[in-house]
Design a protein around this ligand. Structure first.
Ligand SMILES: CC(C)(COP(=O)(O)OP(=O)(O)OC[C@H]1O[C@@H](n2cnc3c(N)ncnc32)[C@H](O)[C@@H]1OP(=O)(O)O)[C@@H](O)C(=O)NCCC(=O)NCCS
Length: 289
Protein backbone atom coordinates (compact mmCIF):
# COMPACT_ATOMS: atom_id res chain seq x y z
CA UNK A 1 0.00 0.00 0.00
CA UNK A 2 1.44 3.38 -0.95
CA UNK A 3 0.16 6.90 -0.29
CA UNK A 4 1.37 9.70 -2.51
CA UNK A 5 0.37 13.17 -3.50
CA UNK A 6 -1.97 13.17 -6.51
CA UNK A 7 -0.24 13.99 -9.79
CA UNK A 8 -1.82 14.53 -13.22
CA UNK A 9 -1.31 10.80 -13.91
CA UNK A 10 -3.80 10.06 -11.09
CA UNK A 11 -6.50 12.54 -12.16
CA UNK A 12 -8.60 10.09 -14.20
CA UNK A 13 -8.55 7.31 -11.57
CA UNK A 14 -9.34 9.68 -8.70
CA UNK A 15 -12.17 11.34 -10.63
CA UNK A 16 -13.72 7.93 -11.36
CA UNK A 17 -13.39 6.86 -7.72
CA UNK A 18 -15.16 10.06 -6.59
CA UNK A 19 -17.92 9.61 -9.17
CA UNK A 20 -18.57 6.04 -8.01
CA UNK A 21 -18.49 6.89 -4.31
CA UNK A 22 -20.73 9.91 -4.78
CA UNK A 23 -23.39 7.82 -6.53
CA UNK A 24 -24.03 6.06 -3.22
CA UNK A 25 -25.46 8.23 -0.41
CA UNK A 26 -23.65 6.02 2.13
CA UNK A 27 -20.24 7.00 0.75
CA UNK A 28 -21.10 10.41 -0.73
CA UNK A 29 -19.16 13.55 0.09
CA UNK A 30 -21.22 16.57 -0.95
CA UNK A 31 -19.76 19.41 -3.03
CA UNK A 32 -17.03 17.18 -4.42
CA UNK A 33 -18.47 16.61 -7.88
CA UNK A 34 -20.67 14.06 -9.60
CA UNK A 35 -19.31 13.32 -13.09
CA UNK A 36 -15.78 12.02 -13.60
CA UNK A 37 -15.07 14.20 -16.65
CA UNK A 38 -16.07 17.37 -14.78
CA UNK A 39 -14.11 16.38 -11.68
CA UNK A 40 -11.02 15.73 -13.78
CA UNK A 41 -11.41 19.12 -15.49
CA UNK A 42 -11.50 20.79 -12.07
CA UNK A 43 -8.26 19.03 -11.08
CA UNK A 44 -6.60 20.40 -14.22
CA UNK A 45 -7.89 23.91 -13.66
CA UNK A 46 -7.58 24.30 -9.90
CA UNK A 47 -4.07 23.91 -8.50
CA UNK A 48 -5.34 24.74 -5.00
CA UNK A 49 -7.09 21.32 -4.89
CA UNK A 50 -4.70 19.01 -3.08
CA UNK A 51 -5.33 15.23 -2.90
CA UNK A 52 -3.43 12.32 -1.44
CA UNK A 53 -4.06 8.93 -3.07
CA UNK A 54 -3.66 5.36 -1.84
CA UNK A 55 -2.77 2.53 -4.19
CA UNK A 56 -2.61 -1.20 -3.52
CA UNK A 57 -0.65 -3.18 -6.14
CA UNK A 58 -1.02 -0.19 -8.45
CA UNK A 59 -4.84 -0.01 -8.07
CA UNK A 60 -6.33 3.16 -6.63
CA UNK A 61 -8.18 2.29 -3.40
CA UNK A 62 -8.44 5.61 -1.62
CA UNK A 63 -8.26 9.39 -1.90
CA UNK A 64 -8.69 12.35 0.40
CA UNK A 65 -8.60 15.92 -0.81
CA UNK A 66 -8.58 19.42 0.51
CA UNK A 67 -8.87 22.91 -0.89
CA UNK A 68 -7.18 25.53 1.25
CA UNK A 69 -8.67 29.00 1.08
CA UNK A 70 -7.95 31.86 3.45
CA UNK A 71 -6.37 29.49 5.96
CA UNK A 72 -9.37 27.13 6.04
CA UNK A 73 -9.25 23.59 4.69
CA UNK A 74 -12.33 22.23 2.87
CA UNK A 75 -12.05 18.45 2.82
CA UNK A 76 -13.30 16.06 0.15
CA UNK A 77 -13.64 12.43 1.17
CA UNK A 78 -12.33 10.17 2.53
CA UNK A 79 -13.12 8.05 -0.54
CA UNK A 80 -12.15 4.41 0.01
CA UNK A 81 -13.03 1.41 -2.11
CA UNK A 82 -11.83 -2.19 -1.97
CA UNK A 83 -9.94 -2.02 1.36
CA UNK A 84 -11.04 -1.55 4.98
CA UNK A 85 -12.33 2.02 5.37
CA UNK A 86 -11.15 3.11 8.82
CA UNK A 87 -7.41 2.32 8.58
CA UNK A 88 -7.19 3.59 5.00
CA UNK A 89 -9.01 6.81 5.88
CA UNK A 90 -6.77 7.30 8.89
CA UNK A 91 -3.57 6.85 6.85
CA UNK A 92 -4.82 9.23 4.15
CA UNK A 93 -5.68 11.83 6.81
CA UNK A 94 -2.24 11.63 8.43
CA UNK A 95 -0.53 12.04 5.07
CA UNK A 96 -2.77 14.88 3.95
CA UNK A 97 -2.08 16.83 7.13
CA UNK A 98 1.65 16.26 6.77
CA UNK A 99 1.57 17.70 3.25
CA UNK A 100 -0.67 20.71 3.74
CA UNK A 101 0.17 24.10 5.21
CA UNK A 102 -1.29 24.75 8.67
CA UNK A 103 -4.98 25.73 8.64
CA UNK A 104 -7.09 27.34 11.33
CA UNK A 105 -10.14 25.19 10.64
CA UNK A 106 -11.13 22.06 8.76
CA UNK A 107 -14.57 21.56 7.22
CA UNK A 108 -16.23 18.58 5.56
CA UNK A 109 -19.76 18.20 4.17
CA UNK A 110 -21.15 14.68 3.86
CA UNK A 111 -24.43 13.13 2.82
CA UNK A 112 -26.28 12.56 6.10
CA UNK A 113 -26.39 8.83 5.23
CA UNK A 114 -22.58 8.61 4.97
CA UNK A 115 -22.24 7.18 8.47
CA UNK A 116 -18.74 5.78 8.05
CA UNK A 117 -17.49 9.21 6.97
CA UNK A 118 -19.28 10.87 9.87
CA UNK A 119 -17.77 8.41 12.35
CA UNK A 120 -14.33 9.05 10.86
CA UNK A 121 -14.58 12.81 11.40
CA UNK A 122 -15.96 12.46 14.95
CA UNK A 123 -13.07 10.13 15.81
CA UNK A 124 -10.63 12.76 14.58
CA UNK A 125 -11.90 15.52 16.81
CA UNK A 126 -14.42 17.09 14.44
CA UNK A 127 -17.72 18.44 15.69
CA UNK A 128 -20.94 17.50 13.94
CA UNK A 129 -22.53 20.76 12.82
CA UNK A 130 -25.80 21.79 11.31
CA UNK A 131 -27.65 19.90 8.67
CA UNK A 132 -28.00 21.50 5.27
CA UNK A 133 -29.99 20.76 2.14
CA UNK A 134 -28.77 20.84 -1.42
CA UNK A 135 -31.49 22.03 -3.81
CA UNK A 136 -31.49 22.07 -7.58
CA UNK A 137 -33.73 23.61 -10.22
CA UNK A 138 -33.51 22.28 -13.81
CA UNK A 139 -33.61 24.94 -16.53
CA UNK A 140 -37.03 23.64 -17.64
CA UNK A 141 -38.53 24.57 -14.25
CA UNK A 142 -37.48 28.23 -14.46
CA UNK A 143 -40.48 30.40 -13.52
CA UNK A 144 -41.20 33.76 -15.15
CA UNK A 145 -40.28 36.94 -13.34
CA UNK A 146 -43.66 38.46 -12.69
CA UNK A 147 -42.38 42.03 -12.30
CA UNK A 148 -39.25 44.11 -12.63
CA UNK A 149 -36.01 42.13 -12.22
CA UNK A 150 -33.53 43.06 -9.51
CA UNK A 151 -30.75 45.45 -10.56
CA UNK A 152 -27.11 44.68 -11.17
CA UNK A 153 -24.84 45.67 -8.31
CA UNK A 154 -23.04 49.00 -8.65
CA UNK A 155 -20.27 50.25 -6.34
CA UNK A 156 -22.71 52.76 -4.85
CA UNK A 157 -24.49 49.82 -3.15
CA UNK A 158 -21.31 48.35 -1.66
CA UNK A 159 -21.78 49.66 1.89
CA UNK A 160 -25.45 48.58 1.97
CA UNK A 161 -24.70 45.09 0.67
CA UNK A 162 -21.83 44.66 3.14
CA UNK A 163 -24.08 45.68 6.04
CA UNK A 164 -26.74 43.14 5.04
CA UNK A 165 -24.11 40.46 4.52
CA UNK A 166 -22.68 40.99 8.02
CA UNK A 167 -26.11 40.52 9.54
CA UNK A 168 -27.22 37.52 7.48
CA UNK A 169 -23.98 35.57 7.00
CA UNK A 170 -21.66 36.57 9.83
CA UNK A 171 -19.98 33.13 9.82
CA UNK A 172 -20.01 32.43 6.08
CA UNK A 173 -16.71 31.64 4.38
CA UNK A 174 -18.05 33.08 1.09
CA UNK A 175 -16.38 36.41 0.45
CA UNK A 176 -18.47 39.21 -1.01
CA UNK A 177 -15.47 40.98 -2.48
CA UNK A 178 -15.05 38.56 -5.35
CA UNK A 179 -18.65 39.28 -6.43
CA UNK A 180 -18.14 43.04 -6.29
CA UNK A 181 -15.33 43.27 -8.84
CA UNK A 182 -17.88 43.14 -11.71
CA UNK A 183 -15.31 42.08 -14.31
CA UNK A 184 -15.69 38.34 -13.81
CA UNK A 185 -18.09 36.72 -16.30
CA UNK A 186 -18.61 33.73 -13.99
CA UNK A 187 -20.07 35.73 -11.07
CA UNK A 188 -22.83 38.26 -10.66
CA UNK A 189 -24.34 40.28 -7.84
CA UNK A 190 -27.87 41.71 -7.99
CA UNK A 191 -29.53 44.09 -5.53
CA UNK A 192 -32.95 45.49 -4.66
CA UNK A 193 -33.18 49.05 -3.42
CA UNK A 194 -35.81 51.27 -1.81
CA UNK A 195 -34.79 54.84 -2.58
CA UNK A 196 -31.08 54.95 -1.88
CA UNK A 197 -31.23 52.05 0.52
CA UNK A 198 -30.09 48.56 -0.47
CA UNK A 199 -32.66 46.13 0.98
CA UNK A 200 -31.52 42.82 -0.49
CA UNK A 201 -28.87 41.10 -2.56
CA UNK A 202 -28.16 37.81 -4.28
CA UNK A 203 -24.75 36.48 -5.35
CA UNK A 204 -24.63 33.92 -8.17
CA UNK A 205 -21.79 32.07 -9.87
CA UNK A 206 -20.98 29.30 -12.32
CA UNK A 207 -19.75 25.97 -10.99
CA UNK A 208 -17.61 23.57 -12.98
CA UNK A 209 -18.44 20.35 -11.14
CA UNK A 210 -21.32 19.78 -11.44
CA UNK A 211 -21.64 22.24 -14.30
CA UNK A 212 -24.42 24.46 -13.04
CA UNK A 213 -25.34 27.93 -11.94
CA UNK A 214 -25.13 28.41 -8.21
CA UNK A 215 -26.81 30.75 -5.73
CA UNK A 216 -24.04 31.57 -3.26
CA UNK A 217 -25.76 34.18 -1.08
CA UNK A 218 -29.26 35.62 -0.75
CA UNK A 219 -30.52 37.96 1.94
CA UNK A 220 -33.26 40.55 2.42
CA UNK A 221 -33.30 43.15 5.18
CA UNK A 222 -35.52 41.91 8.04
CA UNK A 223 -37.63 45.11 7.92
CA UNK A 224 -38.86 44.41 4.36
CA UNK A 225 -39.28 40.63 4.27
CA UNK A 226 -42.46 38.97 2.98
CA UNK A 227 -42.94 41.54 0.24
CA UNK A 228 -41.50 39.56 -2.64
CA UNK A 229 -37.91 40.86 -2.70
CA UNK A 230 -36.45 37.43 -1.97
CA UNK A 231 -38.26 35.81 -4.88
CA UNK A 232 -37.39 38.69 -7.23
CA UNK A 233 -33.70 38.40 -6.36
CA UNK A 234 -33.69 34.62 -6.62
CA UNK A 235 -35.46 34.54 -9.98
CA UNK A 236 -33.34 37.39 -11.39
CA UNK A 237 -30.22 35.38 -10.57
CA UNK A 238 -31.74 32.15 -11.94
CA UNK A 239 -32.72 33.90 -15.20
CA UNK A 240 -29.19 35.28 -15.57
CA UNK A 241 -27.64 31.84 -14.96
CA UNK A 242 -29.99 29.92 -17.25
CA UNK A 243 -30.94 32.40 -19.98
CA UNK A 244 -27.74 34.47 -20.25
CA UNK A 245 -25.10 31.96 -19.18
CA UNK A 246 -26.78 28.84 -20.61
CA UNK A 247 -26.56 26.79 -17.43
CA UNK A 248 -28.54 23.51 -17.49
CA UNK A 249 -29.60 23.88 -13.85
CA UNK A 250 -29.22 26.07 -10.76
CA UNK A 251 -28.09 24.69 -7.40
CA UNK A 252 -27.88 26.04 -3.88
CA UNK A 253 -27.27 24.86 -0.33
CA UNK A 254 -29.36 26.00 2.61
CA UNK A 255 -28.94 25.29 6.29
CA UNK A 256 -31.63 23.52 8.31
CA UNK A 257 -32.38 26.56 10.43
CA UNK A 258 -33.32 28.74 7.44
CA UNK A 259 -36.92 27.62 7.10
CA UNK A 260 -38.02 30.87 5.37
CA UNK A 261 -35.45 30.37 2.67
CA UNK A 262 -36.38 26.71 2.10
CA UNK A 263 -40.04 27.65 1.58
CA UNK A 264 -38.99 30.32 -0.92
CA UNK A 265 -36.84 27.85 -2.87
CA UNK A 266 -39.52 25.18 -2.99
CA UNK A 267 -42.10 27.70 -4.19
CA UNK A 268 -39.69 28.96 -6.85
CA UNK A 269 -39.08 25.63 -8.60
CA UNK A 270 -36.17 24.17 -6.60
CA UNK A 271 -36.26 20.53 -5.51
CA UNK A 272 -34.42 18.87 -2.67
CA UNK A 273 -31.53 16.79 -4.03
CA UNK A 274 -29.47 15.79 -0.97
CA UNK A 275 -29.52 16.26 2.77
CA UNK A 276 -26.09 16.80 4.22
CA UNK A 277 -24.33 17.45 7.48
CA UNK A 278 -21.23 19.53 8.12
CA UNK A 279 -18.26 18.48 10.27
CA UNK A 280 -15.71 21.01 11.44
CA UNK A 281 -12.65 21.23 13.59
CA UNK A 282 -10.93 24.37 14.83
CA UNK A 283 -7.16 23.97 15.11
CA UNK A 284 -4.79 25.08 17.81
CA UNK A 285 -1.45 25.84 16.18
CA UNK A 286 0.46 22.64 15.26
CA UNK A 287 -1.93 20.29 17.06
CA UNK A 288 -2.57 17.10 15.10
CA UNK A 289 -4.44 13.90 15.76
C1 LIG B 1 -34.95 33.93 2.79
C2 LIG B 1 -35.19 35.40 2.54
C3 LIG B 1 -34.15 35.90 1.55
C4 LIG B 1 -36.60 35.59 1.95
O1 LIG B 1 -36.75 36.96 1.59
P1 LIG B 1 -38.20 37.65 1.45
O2 LIG B 1 -37.98 38.94 0.79
O3 LIG B 1 -38.91 37.62 2.73
O4 LIG B 1 -38.89 36.61 0.42
P2 LIG B 1 -40.31 36.78 -0.28
O5 LIG B 1 -40.98 38.02 0.21
O6 LIG B 1 -40.13 36.64 -1.74
O7 LIG B 1 -41.07 35.47 0.23
C5 LIG B 1 -41.29 35.28 1.62
C6 LIG B 1 -42.77 35.06 1.93
O8 LIG B 1 -43.48 36.29 1.72
C7 LIG B 1 -44.63 36.02 0.96
N1 LIG B 1 -44.96 37.25 0.18
C8 LIG B 1 -44.25 37.75 -0.83
N2 LIG B 1 -44.85 38.88 -1.28
C9 LIG B 1 -45.92 39.09 -0.51
C10 LIG B 1 -46.93 40.07 -0.45
N3 LIG B 1 -46.93 41.10 -1.30
N4 LIG B 1 -47.88 39.95 0.49
C11 LIG B 1 -47.89 38.93 1.34
N5 LIG B 1 -46.96 37.96 1.35
C12 LIG B 1 -46.01 38.04 0.44
C13 LIG B 1 -44.24 34.89 0.09
O9 LIG B 1 -45.34 34.20 -0.42
C14 LIG B 1 -43.45 34.05 1.04
O10 LIG B 1 -44.30 33.28 1.83
P3 LIG B 1 -43.94 31.78 2.30
O11 LIG B 1 -42.62 31.86 2.99
O12 LIG B 1 -45.05 31.41 3.21
O13 LIG B 1 -43.88 30.97 1.05
C15 LIG B 1 -35.13 36.22 3.87
O14 LIG B 1 -35.99 35.62 4.81
C16 LIG B 1 -33.73 36.33 4.46
O15 LIG B 1 -32.94 37.19 4.08
N6 LIG B 1 -33.40 35.44 5.43
C17 LIG B 1 -32.12 35.48 6.10
C18 LIG B 1 -30.99 35.05 5.19
C19 LIG B 1 -31.25 33.68 4.59
O16 LIG B 1 -31.76 32.78 5.22
N7 LIG B 1 -30.83 33.55 3.31
C20 LIG B 1 -30.93 32.30 2.59
C21 LIG B 1 -29.71 31.51 2.85
S1 LIG B 1 -29.58 30.12 1.80
Amino acid sequence: MSITRMTPDDFGDVARLIETQNLNPETQCLHSGEHADEIEAVFRKQPSMHFVVMRSAGVLVGALGCEVEDGRGYLQGPFVDGVAFAPAANDLWQELQAQLPAVVRWDAFLNVRNERGGAFYLEHGFRRGQGAQVYVMPAAALQPLDGEPAQRFTPGCAAGVRALHELAFADSPVSLDEFMTMDDASRCLFVCTEGNRCVGYVAASINDSPREGYIDLLAVDASVRNRGYGRRLLLTAAHWLIRECGMPQVGLTVRDMRADARRLYQRSGFELLYTGVGYSREINANKRS
